[in-house]
Each structure stands twice: as structure tokens, then as C-alpha cells.
Design a protein. Structure first.
Length: 220
């Protein structure tokens, strides 16, 4: 039994009588259902239905435009994993599985997935700056074992906002002079000074606010 027959709420396409006649004529010539479907431009499921059911002068009206729970789950899976967010592709892939539905039905089913993807894209959007405009500074910690002793190493990371080039330097403590030393080392590494520094709020940075401008050659 075809999968579509087990889905009472699935949508059934409406085909013109001339097309139905052509389907049955080609079937009488020994053509297979897949070849007929490609020839007349309808899905294979519709070809099978008209070969065993309605007469040429009878049209099958669409039923409720919806999918059952397994069909909706499949549509969402195809939307994310195969169709790359294209509802038309999902519609065609569903037809191959026996689910004949409209593009609007697919869009309704995957609307929640689309909203989640857009929210994720906004949350991970990169903040763009011009060349030499900004360098971002932050400290992190990592516990390492040196000569059998566990030591907390403070890692200063500097990232250029435009090129995303990165510089990292390790310190045993995190003091104001270590911040200044790390920033100076990053500027030497990049070969210039940015117009702005963006650093994490910290009381150890004396003389460096969250943003500080410099008029120097800009690294790219």
C-alpha cells in the first residue's frame, strides 16, 4: 500500500481530464509510472492513482491541506538537512515520499524552524569594523601542570575586528601592567595601533577604559 493512501489528511493534486487520458494511453503502451510522470509533468503518485481510480472526465478535489505528524516531522528534517531552507525543494522531496502538498503547506509547517534559524543567525552575527578600527582584548584562565605543580595561567587574547587576526600571550598573574604589556605586544605583533581598544570591564586595567582611541598607523 502506498504511503499516501494511509494519510487521510494529505493533499491530492487536481489533474485535467486530458492529462488523465494521456496517462492511461501511455500506460496502455507499456510505459512505467515513473516514465509517465516525467512525460506529463505530474508526480508518480498521481499517475498511479489515476491508473486505478478516477475516470478521465473526473477530477479529484484537494482534501485538507495539511500533513500528519510524521509528515510534518519529515518536512522539518528535510528543510534543515537536505533542502537548505528551501520550501519548494521540501515540497518536491515530500512528493517523492508520497506526501503531495502545496508549497504554502510546507511553509506553514517549517515556519517555526525558520524562525529558530533566523534567531540563531542574529545571535551569532559578527560585529563588523573597518580595517585598523578596533582591537578586542580579553583575559582567560587555564590550569596547567608545570613540573608536577598545577599552575593557573592567565591568557590574554587580542583580536583585530576587521581581519580577525589573533594574538595570544600568557601571564602568571593578571595585573594592570600585564594588560599593558600584552596590548603593547599585540600592537608590535600586528605592526601598528588600532584607533580603538575594546576590553572587558576589569578593575585591573589602570588607564585603559572599555574604549580608547589612538591616532597611529592601522594594521589590516
Amino acid at each position: 500500500m502506498e504511503q499516501q493512501d494511509m494519510i487521510g489528511t494529505a493533499e491530492v493534486s487536481m489533474i485535467e481530464p486530458e492529462v488523465v487520458t494521456q496517462i492511461r494511453t501511455l500506460a496502455g503502451l507499456g510505459w512505467g509510472t515513473r516514465r509517465i510522470a516525467d512525460e506529463v509533468g505530474v508526480c508518480r503518485k498521481a499517475v498511479k492513482r489515476y491508473l486505478r481510480g478516477p475516470s478521465a472526465d473526473e477530477q479529484v478535489r484537494p482534501q485538507a491541506r495539511c500533513l500528519d505528524a510524521p509528515g510534518e516531522a519529515l518536512a522539518r528534517q528535510l528543510f534543515v538537512e537536505v533542502a537548505e531552507g528551501n520550501a519548494v525543494v521540501v515540497k518536491d522531496l515530500l512528493a517523492e515520499k508520497g506526501y503531495v502538498v502545496s508549497e504554502r503547506t510546507v511553509q506553514r509547517v517549517v515556519s517555526s524552524v525558520r524562525r529558530e534559524q533566523r534567531a540563531a543567525d542574529v545571535a551569532t552575527a559578527r560585529f563588523e569594523t573597518g580595517p585598523g578600527e578596533q582591537m578586542q582584548i580579553d583575559f582567560g584562565e587555564k590550569r596547567v601542570r608545570i613540573a608536577g605543580v598545577v599552575v593557573v595561567v592567565h591568557m590574554m587574547a587580542a583580536v583585530l575586528g576587521y581581519s580577525r587576526r589573533i594574538f595570544v600571550k600568557a601571564f602568571l598573574v593578571e595585573r594592570a601592567e600585564d594588560w599593558r604589556d600584552g596590548i603593547a605586544s599585540a600592537f608590535r605583533h600586528f605592526g601598528g595601533v588600532t584607533r580603538m581598544l575594546l576590553v572587558d570591564n576589569t578593575h585591573t586595567v589602570s588607564g585603559y577604559g572599555a574604549r580608547r582611541r589612538h591616532e597611529r598607523p592601522r594594521p589590516s
